[in-house]
Design a protein around this ligand. Structure first.
Ligand SMILES: [Zn+2]
Ligand SMILES: [Zn+2]
Length: 337
C-alpha cells in the first residue's frame, strides 16, 4: 500500500471514561514516528485485562483510549529509521509496547518490569481500530500459520500463559489451571506437547467449560471447589478471584508453586503457614518480555497450537466484552476488521 492510499481517518472503538461502554468513532489515522510502523489491523483479540481497564480497576489509562493488545496486522507504512520491517510484513503487537532500555530492570533482562514501560491499549492506543502504531523493535514476527485472525489470542493469552508455564518449577508435571479461558486453552496444548498433565478447574456448574477443557487435552476437569484426584506440582490461576490462591495452595505437593497470571485479582484471604511450608511458593507473572514472544512463536507451530475463536466486528466490541465478562465463551473473542 502506498502512503497515498492510507485514509486520513479511521474507525475505532474508544474508551472515554471508566465504567462506560466503548464508543465507535471516526478519528485521525495515526502517523508513525521515526522508529515506528503503521499497521493495518487484521484482527485484535479481547483480553480480560481490557475489562479491568474499562471497569477502572487499572487506574492509569491514557484517555481517550483505544483498547486492545492482541493485534495481528499488516505493516503499511514505516518510519524513516525503520530497518528490519517492511511494508507488507505481517506482525503481532503485544501488551508490551515500549521499554526504556536503561533502567535497573531493563539492564538485568527483566524488561517486563521496566520502570518506564508503555503498554498497548492502556498507556498507548491499541488495536480496537482499523490502524495502530507500534515501535519496530517491539513488533513480533509471526509464523505464516498464525498470520491471520486466529493468531490474535496468542499475542496475550498465549504469551502470558506461556510465561506462566515457563516459570513453573522444572519438575512440575501435574499442573492445575484455575479459570479455563483463552490462556488456558492455549497452554494446555503446549503442556501436553511437553508431556505434562493439565487439571482444569472451572466455575462451579460449568459443564460446558469442563467438556471444553477435556476436548482441548486436560486429563481431568472439575469445579474450582473440588479437590483434584492427586496432589499437584503447580497451579496457574487466570481467574481474577483471590480466594482461589489458598484453595490452589491447599492442593499442592511439597515444593509446588502457585502462579497468579492475571493483572488484577480480588484480595487473597488469609491462610496458615503450614499450607505454605515445605518450600511451596506463590508468585505473580507480570507483562512479558520480547524473549517470551520469540519462545512462544518457536514452540506454538511445533505443537501445533490451534485457537478456538469467536469472531465479532469492530462495532460489536461491547458485545464481545460482555460475552467475556459473563463467561459465555469457550476459548477467545476476537474482533475482525
Ligand atoms: Zn491481555
Ligand atoms: Zn526500562
Amino acid at each position: 500500500m502506498q502512503a497515498a492510499e492510507i485514509p486520513d481517518t479511521m474507525q475505532a472503538m474508544v474508551m472515554e471514561r471508566p465504567q462506560t461502554p466503548l464508543v465507535l468513532k471516526t478519528v485521525p489515522t495515526p502517523v508513525p514516528g521515526t522508529e515506528q510502523v503503521l499497521i493495518k489491523v487484521i484482527a485484535c483479540g479481547i483480553c480480560r485485562t481490557d475489562l479491568h481497564i474499562l471497569d477502572g480497576e487499572l487506574t492509569s489509562p491514557v484517555l481517550p483510549l483505544i483498547p486492545g493488545h492482541e493485534v495481528i496486522g499488516e505493516v503499511v507504512l514505516t518510519g524513516t529509521s525503520v530497518k528490519k520491517i517492511q511494508t507488507g510484513d505481517i506482525v503481532g503487537i503485544p501488551w508490551l509496547a515500549h521499554t526504556c532500555g536503561h533502567c535497573k530492570f531493563c539492564s538485568q533482562g527483566q524488561e517486563n518490569l521496566c520502570e518506564h514501560a508503555l503498554f498497548t491499549g492502556y498507556t498507548v492506543n491499541g488495536g480496537y481500530a482499523e490502524y495502530i502504531l507500534a515501535w519496530e523493535d517491539f513488533c513480533i514476527a509471526i509464523p505464516p500459520i498464525y498470520a491471520n485472525s486466529g493468531g490474535a489470542p496468542l499475542l496475550c493469552a498465549g504469551l502470558i500463559g506461556y510465561r506462566c508455564l515457563h516459570l513453573l518449577p522444572e519438575h512440575a508435571i501435574n499442573i492445575g489451571i484455575y479459570g479455563f479461558g483463552a490462556a488456558a486453552h492455549i497452554i494446555t496444548q503446549i503442556a501436553k506437547y511437553q508431556f505434562k498433565s493439565i487439571y482444569a478447574f472451572t466455575r462451579p456448574q460449568d459443564g460446558k467449560g469442563e467438556m471444553f477443557a477435556m476436548d482441548i487435552g486436560a486429563v481431568w476437569a472439575g469445579s474450582s471447589l473440588e479437590a483434584p484426584p492427586i496432589k499437584l506440582d503447580a497451579a496457574i490461576i487466570f481467574a481474577p478471584d483471590g480466594s482461589l490462591v489458598p484453595i490452589a495452595l491447599s492442593h499442592l505437593d511439597k515444593g509446588g508453586a502457585v502462579i497468579c497470571g492475571g493483572i488484577h485479582m480480588s484480595d487473597i484471604p488469609g491462610f496458615t503457614y503450614e499450607s505454605l511450608w515445605q518450600e511451596r511458593m506463590i508468585r505473580s507473572v507480570a507483562n512479558l518480555t520480547r524473549e517470551d514472544g520469540k519462545r512462544l512463536f518457536e514452540i506454538a507451530p511445533k505443537v501445533p497450537v490451534t485457537t478456538t475463536v469467536h469472531y465479532f466486528s469492530l462495532a460489536q466490541a461491547n458485545e464481545a466484552l460482555t460475552a467475556l465478562r459473563t463467561g459465555q465463551l469457550t476459548g477467545a473473542a476476537v474482533l475482525v476488521m
